[in-house]
Design a binder for this molecule. Structure first.
Ligand code: NAP
Length: 552
């Protein structure tokens, strides 16, 4: 129910107001049948309860947002205007409320926006709500006419960890839009909440000048404007401007729109794909698979692994853990395989917490029985195996003249024999399926001889992994199974943190053009690429990721 004394501002608040008046008339009249009164009461209860219920059931606002709201509604905007600090008398009702703020934040999340443009900021409640939904490197540009509001909101933004994502540009919004367009800026989401008679100009400028990124959305506030957009006999200039705006957008072939009856109405507008007939007809374009995308998908969607089943050996830490996360983030179900049960379980749990389907398997890849059990467990649970990441590996250092047969055999058992057994077990399933991606972890040591540490068995075993990959890659590709490998340079993982290797880090750094060791995250995109259909024409490839080290 609107607070006492508050002017009804939205269709529901107006409905409540009208029903309250009707109820008062009905209650004071003896001629009104009881049945009509109880219908009126029921209508009033339904209308009255809606906003409160939405408020209660939506996630509470953060403390910085709550403070911003309190400061906005308690500020003396009349006095500020009388003192000449604002050009216009600003009504505190302009503040975006809790439910709408959470809706905007949700839309930022859902559209995975990284860059948001807001036209009409007021004190920044909407801006900060959206900033909370942006990733750490996201940004929001807010256009605001009144310089006073920029100064008002900045200290409040600074109390939030998300406030630094917001930059406020004061002055005419149209001037700012022109500057942004001239600078080639683009946005994933645009929120328009400014002078109503200019909505249509902002909207057209954004679309005509490509300020909205491919797949971006425009959200527009107040598009039900106190019901004046659909009632007859309306003379209110803003109501009529919004009625024209809604009609224009609904007839615009460039977009699709829906108006949500949230508060005073929120339009969500998206540009229709360039592949739609309407758009294609406008321009002379080559309508082929490059234009449309393979299976109609833009390139980043083609990298997704939704529905794919993967396992990663040595997934309990280091590179394997990063691979497991990357494959899962891209949409695959992931079995985390490791010698160490606790480590495998811990990583599988990390994935589950992120909403990724996962399982843990304890297995030693140097044991044929374990390898068989691993593949059976994956196929038994998920019915298929599409991506096999054979990543487990060990490295022991010794001068070649002192390398024992035990060290040699152990290294080869895990690194080469183990990788072969995994390839074979996974390959048998994949060949039957007619589809599969095997990604082995080799090493830069397959190409160069890393130094000064001495690691004959390791280098030789990894060279073997590359040849194994090339051979299987050519043997199986005509049956739908691609086999590739990734060769990392020196990666900052527990593998190189041993007492003997740690002192060598400075020496290695001088050999690396990139000037730093690799992080496990530097390798994640490669495994997703090799696991996805985008790399279907690649097989037997050794993808070297070493910051240029093998070139010096
Ligand atoms: P890591 O930190 O030592 O992790 C390897 C994981 O594999 C560990 O959890 C380990 O378990 C597990 N593992 C070892 N032997 C296994 C076996 N027989 N069966 C199942 N799991 C086993 O190593 P990393 O640095 O992430 O290396 C991963 C792969 O990248 C290896 O093939 C490595 O040769 C290769 N690589 C690493 C670097 C680098 O600089 N780190 C560079 C190039 C290539 P435990 O800890 O319980 O033994």
């Amino acid at each position: 129910m609107p607070a006492a004394g508050k002017v009804p501002d939205t269709p529901v608040e107006i409905l409540v107001d009208v029903l309250t008046k009707a109820m008062a008339v009905a209650s004071s009249s003896v001629n009104v049948p009881q049945e009509l009164k109880s219908h009126l009461q029921e209508a009033l209860d339904i209308a009255c309860g809606l906003d409160n219920y939405l408020e209660e059931m939506s996630t509470p606002e953060s403390e910085p947002l709550a403070e911003l709201y309190r400061e906005t509604v308690s500020h003396d905007w009349d006095r500020v205007h009388q003192e000449g600090k604002t050009m216009f008398r600003l009504p505190k009702e302009c503040v975006t409320g809790h439910v709408e703020g959470q809706t905007l934040k949700m839309l930022v999340h859902m559209s995975q926006a990284k860059r948001v443009l807001e036209i009409g900021m007021f004190t920044g409640y909407g801006a900060l709500s959206m900033a909370e939904g942006l990733p750490e490197d996201g940004c929001l540009v807010a256009c605001e006419l009144e310089p006073y509001l920029k100064d008002f909101s900045r200290p409040l933004f600074d109390k939030s960890p998300h406030g630094s994502k917001i930059s406020v540009r004061t002055g005419s919004a149209m001037d700012t839009l022109q500057e942004l367009a001239a600078a080639g800026e683009q946005f994933d989401m645009v929120f328009i909440d400014a002078d109503k008679d200019n909505y249509i100009n902002y909207y057209n400028f954004i679309l005509d000048n490509n300020l909205l990124r491919m797949r971006g959305v425009i959200c527009v506030d107040n598009t039900l404007f106190k019901s004046k957009v659909y009632l007859n006999h309306v003379t209110d200039a803003n109501g009529l401007a919004l009625r024209r705006f809604n009609q224009f957008v609904s007839a615009d072939p460039r977009v699709e729109q829906v108006i949500l009856p949230l508060r005073d109405g929120l339009s969500i507008i998206r540009r229709v794909p360039a592949t739609s007939e309407g758009v294609k007809a406008q321009d002379k374009i080559t309508d082929d698979v490059v234009f449309r995308g393979v299976k109609g998908q833009p390139i980043l969607d083609r990298l997704r692994l939704d529905g794919k089943v993967a396992y990663v050996t040595g997934g309990g830490q280091g590179i394997g853990r990063a691979f497991a996360h990357a494959l899962g983030e891209a949409g695959a179900k992931v079995a985390v395989v490791d010698l160490d049960q606790d480590k495998a379980e811990a990583v599988a749990k990390e994935l589950l917490v992120k909403g990724i389907s996962s399982m843990s398997i304890t297995a030693d890849v140097s044991k044929v029985e374990d390898v068989r059990r691993m593949v059976e467990a994956v196929v038994g649970r998920w019915g298929a195996l599409h991506v096999a990441c054979n990543n487990a590996g060990i490295n022991m250092n010794s001068a070649s003249e002192e390398t024992t047969l035990e060290e040699w055999d152990k290294t080869f058992d895990v690194n080469l024999r183990g990788t072969f057994m995994c390839c074979q077990a996974a390959g048998r399933v994949m060949l039957k399926q007619g589809y599969g991606k095997i990604i082995n972890t080799a090493s830069m040591a397959s190409l160069i001889v890393p130094h000064p540490q001495k690691q004959l068995s390791y280098n030789t075993s990894k060279a073997g992994v590359v040849k194994l990959t090339q051979t299987l890659g050519t043997e199986w590709i005509d049956r739908g199974v691609r086999v590739n490998c990734i060769s990392p340079g020196i990666v900052d993982t527990p593998l190189i943190h041993s007492e003997s290797l740690r002192p060598l880090v400075q020496r290695w750094l001088s050999d690396i053009p990139a000037g730093r060791l690799a992080q496990v995250t530097d390798l994640q995109a490669a495994v997703v690429f090799l696991a996805s259909d985008t790399s279907d024409y690649m097989t037997g490839h050794n993808l070297v990721i070493e910051g240029g080290q093998s070139l010096w």
